[in-house]
Design a protein around this ligand. Structure first.
Ligand code: ATP
Ligand code: MG
Length: 418
């Protein structure tokens, strides 16, 4: 009953009206049955990609992955043209195109990631080519009926993650599925069925054929799951970590779990910083390796680096003057820094103080200076290197509450004859 769900139902209705079969497929069926909000609603149909484009019109569709039979269907455009600007704004960014995939069977795999060819087939064949039983279900929205050719309903109820078909073969076809298994087990809190688990252990080193971007994308999901500690331990237990994040072998799990719990749903950056704080060795160096391998964004790397550099200053700020803390807190990455500090020392006075400052008014955190360079000049000083030092010492005392008014601050400016 979200706009995205309504859009999927609209698409299914149009396909049915044109005489095709169309159902919701995969992750959205799984999430809906679990009572979770699906990230997106995918449609599967017996209409070929060409037919899908005919039904919706070429200009309302995108060729997403035509070789795999996936077409993106755009949401309907608003009809009025009176206020083109506001219409453009409204339709942009809100609803993403819906993926409509033709039922298919995948051919052989030779590169360890993608099928060499696909052939269009029926719903059952399409279920069988999917990765895990819980991802292999369809939902017929008109008959309110789950279509389950793979035992997904049963595994979902038991909390089991299991490949469709022989685990060894399914991981040989597509190595990324091994990491997806750990990701789904982590985000859903499921246990990995033992043959599936054993197959990952046997093939773990093959994960190295998967691109860094794809590994990074899965690791972002693992790191932001509430059970991230279980997820990272599973990476170690399956042997996948050796090829993804070898340093994890030496993690102090008890301390890491405690810190993650204290952080309360950390962001990806905070979770990464917490993990790096609990690994022996040079964490900046490890971060640089991961940044390159997983193709992290510069913004992600900068935030994690800021947390590694400054989080401990916050936890230790009991005896520190506010003037030492304040420059850290006006940094754009302050939420990541403070979030990490909270995980490391939830009860410290510094964290409480920093948290209060961050949630307070910006003026409290970064009050306008009581005096400026102009005041120094009008009191007869000539601009020079000592300017900065004088202003800094006045600013520090202002932040530390030792100077409370402009008048007091002005008295600190050396007079001309001194
Ligand atoms: P989420 O969107 O929350 O990540 P999802 O299950 O929708 O979860 P997607 O990556 O969006 O995952 O894929 C959609 C569906 O396509 C899956 O549910 C699964 O049925 C199938 N699928 C995706 N990747 C693979 C794969 N590597 N091998 C086989 N089937 C896959
Ligand atoms: Mg999805």
């Amino acid at each position: 009953n979200s706009p995205a769900a309504a859009e999927a139902v609209r698409i299914i209705t149009e396909l049915k009206n044109a005489g095709f079969e169309a159902v919701l497929a995969g992750g959205c069926v799984r999430d809906a049955l679990l009572g979770r909000t699906p990230k997106d609603f995918d449609v599967a149909t017996d209409a070929t990609p060409d037919s899908v484009r005919d039904v919706f019109g070429k200009r309302n569709t995108l060729a997403f992955g035509e070789s795999f039979g996936v077409i993106g269907v755009l949401p309907p455009r608003p009809e009025t043209t009176e206020h083109p600007a506001s219409n453009a704004k409204e339709s942009a960014g809100k609803l993403m195109p819906t993926e409509v995939a033709t039922f298919r069977a995948d051919g052989s795999y030779s590169d360890g990631r993608r099928p060499d060819s696909v052939t269009y087939g029926d719903a059952e064949a399409d279920a069988l080519r999917r990765d895990f039983t819980i991802n292999g279900m369809f939902y017929d929205v008109f008959e309110s009926r789950i279509i389950d050719h793979v035992g997904g309903v049963d595994d979902l109820a038991k909390g089991h993650l299991r490949t469709i078909g022989k685990a060894i073969q399914r991981f040989e076809e597509d190595k990324l599925r091994m990491l997806r298994a750990v990701r789904f087990a982590t985000t859903l809190g499921f246990s990995i069925e033992h043959k599936t688990f054993a197959a990952i252990q046997n093939h773990a080193s093959d994960i190295s054929v998967v691109s860094g971007e794809r590994i990074g994308a899965e690791m972002r999901r693992v790191m932001t799951a509430p059970a991230v500690d279980f997820g990272l331990e599973t990476l170690v237990d399956t042997g996948l970590s050796l090829h993804i994040w070898p340093q994890l072998q030496t993690m102090n799990w008890t301390e890491f779990s405690t810190a993650i719990q204290a952080a309360k749903r950390p962001s990806f950056e905070v979770a990464m910083a917490i993990a790096l704080f609990h690994l022996p060795g040079d964490s900046m160096h490890t971060l640089r390796l991961i940044f390159d391998d997983w193709k992290l964004s510069v913004a992600e790397r900068r935030a994690i680096e800021a947390a590694l550099t400054h989080a401990e200053t916050i936890t230790q700020c009991d005896g520190l003057a506010w003037s030492k803390l304040q420059p850290i807190l006006v940094d754009a990455d302050a939420p990541t820094i403070v979030g990490t500090a909270r995980a490391l020392a939830p009860k410290s006075r510094g964290v409480a103080r920093a948290g209060r400052a961050l949630s307070g008014a910006p003026n409290e955190l970064d009050p306008p200076p009581l005096v400026t360079g102009a005041d120094l000049i009008s009191s007869g000083m000539r601009p020079g290197p000592e300017f900065k030092a004088i202003l800094q010492s006045i600013r520090d005392d202002q932040l530390d509450g030792k100077l409370n008014s402009r008048e007091e601050a002005l008295k600190r400016i050396p007079t001309g004859d001194e």
